[in-house]
Design a protein around this ligand. Structure first.
Ligand SMILES: *[C@@H]1O[C@H](CO)[C@@H](O)[C@H](O)[C@H]1NC(C)=O
Ligand SMILES: *[C@@H]1O[C@H](CO)[C@@H](O)[C@H](O)[C@H]1NC(C)=O
Ligand SMILES: *[C@@H]1O[C@H](CO)[C@@H](O)[C@H](O)[C@H]1NC(C)=O
Length: 394
C-alpha cells in the first residue's frame, strides 16, 4: 500500500470513531441534565427520536456500551496497549532500519516499537537522578517506592557526594546502545548464554546474583548492578570492580541506608529491613547511582495496572526489580533484550535461581508483588518484539 493510501485507511476509521465518541459525549450531557442552551441545540438531532424520561436509562446503557465496549475495547486494552499485537514493522520504520547492515544496532528500536503498541509512551526519562531531579516528571509527588517525596534532603546530600550521574564517558557517547537485563531465574542454568550476554553494550544484573562460578551461563560483564538494601551483596569480595552500583529504593528507610554506604558511616540498628543488609559497599561515591523512581511508578500504574492505593505502597502494587529494570531500558536503550526471566511452573523441581538449589516449588504468594499481572505486561513486550527474550521464559 502507498503511504498516502495507508494514511487514509487509518484516518477514516478514526473519524468515524471520533464522531461516535463525540455523539456519546453529547448524550451524556443530556442524560444528566447539564444542558446549557447551545449544547441542547446541538444534540437535538440525536435526541429527537428518543422519548424523554423513559428512555433515559437506555441512553445511559448505550453510552456505556459505546464508550467502553466498542470504542476503547476493540482497539486498546485497559492499560492502553493495542489488543492486536503485531510484530510487523510499519513502512516508515522499515525504511529507517532497512538500510542498516545485518545485525547493526537499530537506533530507538525499542522505544519505536513500544510506541506502536502503547501510544502514550514517551521515551524521555533519565536512567539516574542528577542534581536537577526535582524537575523530573512526577517523582516529587509520590513517596517511595513511586517517588522521592520526603527524601529530598537526604538525596541532595548523596548526590553532592557521588558527583557522577551517567553511565560513563564511553557508553554515554555511543549513538546506539544495546542493553540486556539478566534476571536471576533458574531458566539460565546450563544454557551457555554467557558470551551472547557479554556482547551487549550494557549488561544489567539484579541484586546478589553472582557471576563468579557461572561465567559460561551468565557472562563476565556487569555494567550496572541494581539493588535495594536487602538485595545487596553482603560480602565485599562479590562486587565486580568495574560495575556501577545502582540503588533502587522501595521504602523511606532505604535512602538512609544509602547515605551510610555513600559516606561510609557505620550502620547502627537495622530495624525496619525485612532481612539483614550489607553494612559496607566497597564502591567509591562516584561509582554509585540512584535509579529514577519514575520507572517503578510507570511500571506499576501505567504498564501493569497495579492498584493505585492513593499512590502509596500497598498490597500487590510494587513491581519486581526485574520489571523496573526493563522499564528503565525501554527509555534509555536502543535495543533491549532479557534473559533469565520467568518460571516454568511445569517443572517444580527446577531451580528458582540459577545460583541456588532452592526449588521453584517454594515460590510463595507475595504480599508486595503481583507476578501474574506483571507477566501479562512482559508478554505483551515479547509478543510485539519490543524486547527479545533469550531464554523464552516470558
Ligand atoms: C538507503 O540507501 C540508499 C542507497 O545508499 C539511499 O539512496 C537511501 O536514501 C537510503 N534510505 C534511507 C532511509 O536512509
Ligand atoms: C548441561 O548441558 C549439557 C549439554 O548441553 C549436558 O550434557 C549436561 O548434562 C547438562 N548439565 C546439567 C547439570 O544439567
Ligand atoms: C493480582 O491481580 C489479580 C487481578 O487483578 C488479583 O485478582 C489478585 O488478587 C492480585 N494478587 C495479588 C497478590 O495482589
Amino acid at each position: 500500500m502507498k503511504p498516502r493510501h495507508k494514511l487514509l485507511f487509518v484516518l477514516c476509521p478514526m473519524l468515524v470513531l471520533g464522531f461516535i465518541y463525540y455523539s456519546s459525549g453529547k448524550l451524556h450531557l443530556h442524560v444528566w441534565g447539564q444542558k446549557p442552551q447551545r449544547e441542547a441545540e446541538e444534540t437535538t438531532v440525536v435526541v429527537l427520536s428518543l422519548n424523554k424520561g423513559a428512555e433515559v436509562k437506555r441512553i445511559a446503557e448505550m453510552e456505556t456500551d459505546i464508550s467502553v465496549g466498542r470504542i476503547i475495547g476493540s482497539v486498546y486494552d485497559k492499560q492502553g496497549f493495542l489488543l492486536q499485537l503485531d510484530t510487523k514493522l510499519p513502512l516508515d520504520l522499515t525504511y529507517k532500519y532497512g538500510n542498516l547492515s545485518e545485525g547493526a544496532c537499530k537506533p530507538e528500536y525499542a522505544a519505536n516499537k513500544m510506541a506502536l503498541i502503547y501510544p502514550k509512551f514517551r521515551k524521555s526519562a533519565p536512567m539516574f537522578l542528577d542534581q536537577n531531579y526535582k524537575r523530573l516528571h512526577n517523582v516529587c509527588t509520590y513517596m517511595p517506592p513511586f517517588g522521592l517525596k520526603t527524601q529530598e534532603k537526604i538525596i541532595d546530600s548523596i548526590l553532592s557526594e557521588t558527583k557522577s550521574y551517567g553511565l560513563g564517558e564511553k557508553l554515554d557517547s555511543l549513538s546506539c546502545k544495546r542493553c540486556i537485563i539478566v534476571g536471576n531465574g533458574g531458566i539460565l542454568f546450563n544454557k551457555s548464554l554467557g558470551s551472547r550476554i557479554d556482547d551487549y553494550d550494557v549488561v544489567v544484573r539484579l541484586n546478589e546474583a553472582p557471576i563468579k562460578g557461572y561465567f559460561k551461563d551468565v557472562g563476565t560483564k556487569t555494567t550496572l548492578r541494581i539493588t535495594y538494601p536487602e538485595g545487596a551483596f553482603q560480602k565485599p569480595e562479590n562486587y565486580e570492580k568495574d560495575s556501577l552500583f545502582v540503588f533502587s529504593a522501595f521504602k523511606q528507610l532505604d535512602f538512609k541506608w544509602l547515605r551510610h554506604m555513600v559516606f561510609k558511616e557505620k550502620l547502627r540498628g537495622i530495624d525496619g529491613f525485612w532481612k539483614s543488609v550489607a553494612h559496607y559497599v566497597p564502591r567509591e561515591p562516584t561509582e554509585i547511582r540512584i535509579l529514577n523512581p519514575y520507572f517503578i511508578q510507570e511500571a506499576a500504574f501505567q504498564f501493569i495496572g497495579l492498584p493505585f492505593n492513593g499512590g502509596a505502597m500497598g498490597k500487590g502494587n510494587v513491581p519486581t526489580l526485574g520489571t523496573v529494570a526493563i522499564t528503565m531500558a525501554l527509555h534509555n536503550c536502543d535495543e533491549v533484550a532479557v534473559a533469565g526471566f520467568g518460571y516454568d511452573m511445569n517443572t517444580p523441581n527446577a531451580p528458582l535461581h540459577y545460583y541456588e538449589t532452592v526449588k521453584m516449588s517454594v515460590i510463595k504468594e507475595s504480599w508486595t508483588h503481583n507476578i501474574s499481572k506483571e507477566k501479562e505486561f512482559l508478554r505483551k513486550l515479547v509478543k510485539a518484539n519490543v524486547i527479545t527474550d533469550l531464554t523464552n521464559g516470558i
